[in-house]
Design a protein around this ligand. Structure first.
Ligand code: PLP
Length: 408
């Protein structure tokens, strides 16, 4: 048997069935009519943000990275809970606007912004995190044409990365951000242009479960921001120090020690360099805020045996939950937390692989895990499905269509 990832704290059964915010998944499925279904728990998201606020220095602003999960009811839930939203496309700008979010609270990063996206962002007072000097010139030209003062920040490609992070976003040659040595000249150019100068965005990595590495990176980030601002001779109204906080997906993963990160960041901010004295510092996070609050539910359509191995074939799969299949940025496939939701209290009785309905061997949601005996009609829960699930998976593959989503 291969181990399964750890089920996030806070999930419990009722009458032997997995419940989310106290409601049995059988009732949730009946409400929407069918699986596959993503369910997101608003109580768990609220709790997560409250825990973060309690652990982090009071002055730290928290931003939500929309690409983790742009489901409109979830964006509406987030609006009063966070201080800002980070988007990465014009499409996401439309999504935050549809959710009623004030565009003045939005910042837009991402390489390859089209003119039409820059125009929409500038017209709506969205802060642009500029990815290159050429993009800065395009933004200034578009702003001039619109007769608007653009709100401009520079995304810095730092000379370091977040050690042990699942996805490296800085250090060396990267398509993201402006190399640190070119930043001071560009910052002066922006300030002299008469644009509203917003500061720096420095994002060094993602999905780290190593508190010491996060603390080290935050220190390096503050030092780099101060050095670049000094060199440029500009002030720094705002500094986005990135996020990088990971969640446990796999066997042996341990949740982060938030208190330690918060205490160390508090220390750093208390002794920050003079040039950062007036700077509003923020962290941006996606999966840490919503990842563990989401569950993907799928129903078993077939139970079969092949060469002595049991396969539970579901109506879901990698077209909704690519990451659980091991095909979204992981090197070695390991099992996500997966359970038989309709037999949540039952003991492990057999080894089985849970597969999706796509005709490809990649479509495996659990490989040789230990489960209670399950069959046709039983419901499978894949946990840690609140981020990079529905919108980060190839739903059009094999004509299977989208999953339903609901916020409880
Ligand atoms: C993807 C991304 C995030 C969110 O990363 P998580 O690991 O979900 O927290 C934050 N900032 C930027 C710039 C990103 O590209």
């Amino acid at each position: 048997m291969k181990p399964l990832g750890p089920i996030p704290a806070g999930f419990a059964g009722r009458d032997g069935i997995l419940a989310i915010d106290g409601i049995k998944v059988s009732e949730l499925i009946a409400q929407v009519g069918a699986t596959p279904l993503f369910v997101y728990s608003s109580a768990m998201i609220r709790q997560r943000i409250a825990d973060l606020r309690a652990a982090m220095p009071a002055e730290l602003a928290l931003h939500y990275a929309v690409k983790a999960n742009p489901f409109e009811p979830l964006l509406r839930l987030m609006a009063p809970l966070v201080d800002g939203f980070d988007i990465a496309s014009g499409g996401e700008l439309g999504m935050v606007r549809n959710a009623g979010i004030d565009p003045a609270l939005v910042s837009f990063a991402g390489p390859g912004k089209r003119d039409i996206e820059l125009q929409a962002a500038i017209a709506q007072q969205v802060t642009l995190n500029l990815e290159s000097a050429a993009e800065a010139e395009r933004a200034l030209t578009i702003a001039e044409r619109l007769g608007k003062t653009p709100r401009l920040a520079i995304r810095v490609n730092p000379d370091f990365d977040l050690k042990g992070s699942g996805m490296k976003m800085g250090g060396g040659a990267k398509p993201f951000g402006v190399d640190a040595d070119k930043v001071p000249a560009l910052a002066r150019r922006i300030v002299e242009s008469g644009a509203e100068w917003r500061g720096f965005h420095i994002f060094a990595g993602s999905q780290s479960l190593d508190a010491a590495a996060i603390v080290e990176t935050q220190g390096q980030t503050l030092d780099l921001a101060a050095r670049l601002a000094d060199e440029a001779g500009v002030n720094l109204p705002h500094l986005n120090i990135g996020g990088g906080l990971g969640i446990p997906y796999f066997p042996g993963d341990v949740p982060l020690d938030l208190a330690r990160i918060g205490d160390m960041l508090g220390e750093r901010l208390a002794h920050r360099p003079k040039v950062l004295a007036q700077t509003q510092v923020c962290m941006e996070m996606g999966r840490y805020l919503v990842g563990e609050a989401g569950v993907y539910l799928t129903t078993i359509l077939d139970r079969k045996e092949s060469h002595g191995e049991i396969f539970l074939v579901t109506d879901g799969g990698l077209h909704h939950q690519l990451a659980a299949s091991g095909n979204f940025g992981t090197v070695v496939r390991r099992n996500y937390p997966v359970a038989i939701a309709s037999k949540f209290a039952a003991p492990v009785e057999e080894e089985a692989s849970i597969v999706g309905c796509l005709c490809t061997p990649l479509d495996r949601l659990a490989d040789k895990g230990g489960f209670p005996r399950a069959g046709v009609g039983d419901v499978v829960a894949v946990f840690c499905a609140g981020a990079y699930g529905a919108t980060a998976s190839p739903f059009a593959f094999l004509g299977q269509g989208v999953a339903r989503e609901m916020l409880v």
